[in-house]
Write a protein of this length. Structure first.
Lengths: 417, 91
């Protein structure tokens, strides 16, 4: 159904008894032109772009649980495009532009809120590094402003400006950054893709690939039977290595747990998304009033979707260093998601060495903001068998060629990205 | 998660630093680029029981080989890492 002010009024006047399901829960057919493994934001966005941009509508999205039950429903909902390296800068801005028109494109309220993202700096050297990143953004047509302490004091007087070790000197602000309602992004893509004929199949776990005599992937084996496919794309985040292993592939990826946190609801406090530059702490305030925050990954391989206490302590210490008064707010919930940490901290969107299988993986903990861009470039790759120009550097063989895109300069140690 | 260090006893996780899978072995100097690529970049990324290197920086500063289940975080064995100083003199 099409959503509008009229559909809302009609449903309200009839006591909200006549809403139809937002999307169609499909049963698997025998064969599709494209099968996408993974019903998270990236998989559903890919299916929608395949149908809307590239005219490929005989598409299925297979999800082992329910859609959005993985990282799409576990992140801290931040969107931004403040990256500094070629490859990343253009790609994340493509994604940012798609966020800005997503709700109109999908006919769905994703609560995209461009409230601004501020990265705080705490030393002269860090200010210079942020100025350089801001300049990189601006010469690529992306908005960035370097704020001094006086400007920040007007915006957020409660910050710990005179911290003895890490005084808040200023910040790099991207006003177009912000947050989006993560579940609504999943439902919005499901809604729009379903309207165009895409089958969304839940409780359908892929258990293997079917291949022909030449080794080409011809479909998938699932918990709901065999499904044939012209092409198979995987967008399974923390499960990337497990799915790739079914096709005999090893990836330059480790799976790590990242925790996220939300406090009890408080009155409006934070006007934007903010990151601590001296530790690892990022925070925004949800529309319900809770402070949504996170920090480092736990640092060890994990598929457990839950973390340990040292990181909880570290993240909360970061928050306290920056905003001492949040020590009086109680932590409401904390949870974990499994990140596909790549060896250079940058995603992989490429054909795999196995014919017919395409990889969308390695998002580390930056996958949410990339959702629309990832969908577009992956659909482009699946439809045309060549990389989108903004994803041309996200190649699987870049590690062999020495063409890594290492935004943090950490080297091949995934738990440091 | 707590790790029972063979030298220090049971200690909290914050004392330890993680390196990663203990399986990859540094290839010989003349092994070629593919072997180095495999060693540096490719991982089994096991979902299940895995052997890992941890460093007890907040205690005895020994490198340890920890056998741990990545699905449950359950640790089934901890021993000194082969080749590390502590292992050479005997635990």
């Amino acid at each position: 159904m099409k959503y509008s002010i009229f559909s809302l009024a009609r449903a309200a006047l009839s006591g909200h008894k006549n809403w139809k399901p937002t999307w169609r829960d499909a049963a698997p057919k025998d064969r599709y032109d494209v099968v996408i493994i993974g019903g998270g934001g990236h998989g559903l966005a890919t299916a929608w772009f395949l149908a809307s941009e590239f005219g490929i509508r005989n598409v299925a999205v297979l999800e082992k649980g329910w859609i959005g039950s993985g990282n799409a429903g576990r992140n801290t909902t931040i969107i931004r495009s403040n990256y500094g390296l070629p490859g990343n800068t253009g790609f994340y801005e493509l994604s940012m532009k798609l966020w800005e028109r997503m709700e109109q494109d999908l006919n769905y309220n994703a609560m995209v809120s461009q409230r601004g993202v501020i990265n705080l700096y705490h030393s002269d050297a860090q200010r210079d590094a942020y100025a350089r990143r801001g300049n990189t953004m601006r010469i690529n047509g992306i908005d960035a402003e370097l704020l001094d302490q006086a400007a920040l004091k007007k915006m957020m007087p409660f910050l710990n400006f005179d911290h003895a070790r890490f005084p808040v000197q200023g910040g790099l602000l991207q006003r177009r950054g912000g947050t989006a309602r993560h579940d609504a992004v999943v439902w919005g893509y499901a809604h729009a893709a379903s309207e165009l004929g895409v089958d969304i199949i839940q409780n359908c776990e892929v258990t293997g690939f079917t291949r022909d005599a030449n080794g080409k992937v011809t479909g998938v084996e699932t918990s709901r039977g065999k499904i044939g496919a012209g092409k198979v794309g995987m967008a399974v985040a923390g499960s990337s290595s497990r799915v790739a292993a079914m096709a005999g592939l090893r990836l330059p990826i480790e799976s790590h747990v990242l925790q996220a946190f939300v406090s009890e609801a408080i009155k409006p406090l934070l006007p934007n998304v903010m990151t601590f530059g001296a530790g690892h702490f990022y925070v925004s305030q949800s529309d319900k009033g809770g402070l949504v925050f996170g920090g480092d990954i736990d640092g060890y391989n994990s598929y457990a979707q839950r973390g340990n206490l040292p990181v909880v302590e570290d993240v909360c210490e970061g928050g306290m260093a920056l905003i001492p008064m949040i020590g009086r707010v109680r932590l409401l919930r904390q949870w974990g998601g499994i990140m596909d940490m790549s060896m250079d901290g940058t995603p992989i969107i490429d054909k795999s060495p196995v014919d017919g299988l395409y990889i969308n993986a390695g998002w580390c903990y930056g996958g949410f903001k990339a959702t629309p861009g990832s969908g577009l470039v992956f659909a482009h790759l699946l439809a045309r068998d060549e990389s989108h120009k903004e994803a041309a550097l996200f190649r699987l063989d870049r590690f062999q060629r020495g063409a890594m895109i290492d935004e943090k300069g950490q080297g091949a140690q995934p738990n440091l990205h | 998660m707590r790790i029972v260090c063979p030298f220090c006893g049971e200690r909290e996780l914050g004392e330890f630093t993680y390196l990663g899978d203990a399986k990859p072995q540094r290839p010989a100097a003349d092994a070629g680029e593919d072997a180095v690529y495999d060693y540096v970049y490719l991982r089994d990324n096991i979902a299940g029981v895995m052997s890992e290197h941890w460093y007890h920086g907040g205690g005895c500063r020994a490198w340890l080989k920890v056998t741990r289940n990545t699905l449950t975080h359950e640790i089934s064995a901890v021993e000194p890492a082969a080749g590390a100083g502590a292992a050479k003199v005997g635990a």
